[in-house]
Design a protein around this ligand. Structure first.
Ligand SMILES: NC(=O)c1ccc[n+]([C@@H]2O[C@H](COP(=O)([O-])OP(=O)(O)OC[C@H]3O[C@@H](n4cnc5c(N)ncnc54)[C@H](OP(=O)(O)O)[C@@H]3O)[C@@H](O)[C@H]2O)c1
Length: 191
């Protein structure tokens, strides 16, 4: 096991070097780390320091880790990258007054996941030539430390979509945003 602080350049680079000593390929990278520093402050009162802290983990973290581990994913020939996003990052859903999350208006967290969605598309477009698929996963509202275990989905239910996207075959999608975890229920989420 490798300890990793996704906000720390040197630490992430050192982790990649240490990983390289154990092998030279990586099949799957799940960028799961996420924070919601600042909680439920209204947007007009959200602190920039909180917002920076959220972006360091939720936006720059996945880019930093992806850059560091990309050589191993490329060598794998069919690497898979999963970005743990959120329905709160969906601009379409945030504008939909009938959506259950319409009122969850978190300036830092929501915009960080919107940025992560575009990062997903951007990386997917470049990395398709290397056989690497990059997709964003919406786990739904899962009972974890992030929401003080208020979520109504289990960790297993939330993780299922990430597992699905991590194990896509060669004909699977890339540059997508998906929710739910089984072949029967999987669906594209509105960006
Ligand atoms: N729970 C939900 O309802 C929900 C909904 C939509 C999306 N998501 C997303 O799902 C992902 C997982 O969240 P969760 O619900 O499982 O929350 P969580 O229980 O709070 O877990 C967050 C994880 O991020 C790690 N982390 C935080 N800062 C880090 C850093 N600087 N470097 C490395 N790891 C760091 C934490 O590691 P430590 O434990 O070591 O601090 C922890 O493992 C997040 O991206 C979150 O935004 C969650």
């Amino acid at each position: 096991m490798l300890a990793l602080d996704v906000t720390d350049d040197a630490n992430v680079k050192a982790a990649a070097v240490a990983y390289g000593k154990t092998g030279d390929t990586l099949d799957v990278l799940v960028n799961n780390a996420g924070v919601a520093t600042g909680g439920y402050a209204v947007p007009s009162e959200a602190s920039l320091d909180d917002m920076r802290a959220v972006y360091e983990v939720n936006v720059f973290g996945p880019v930093r880790v992806t850059h560091a581990f990309l050589p191993f994913l490329s060598k794998a020939g069919q690497g898979r990258i999963v970005m743990m996003s959120s329905s709160l990052g969906s601009i379409a859903e945030q504008l939909d007054m009938t959506s259950g999350t319409y009122g969850v208006n978190l300036l830092g967290y929501n915009s960080s996941k919107s940025a992560l969605n575009m990062i997903t598309v951007s990386l997917a477009k470049e990395l398709a030539a290397h056989g690497i698929k990059v997709n964003a996963a919406n786990p739904g509202y899962v009972a974890t430390d992030l929401n003080k275990h208020q979520g109504y989905r289990t960790v297993e239910q939330g993780a299922a979509i990430a597992v699905h996207l991590a194990t896509l075959g060669p004909m699977g999608p890339t540059a997508g945003f998906f929710n739910d975890g089984t072949e029967a229920t999987i669906g594209r989420h509105a960006w």
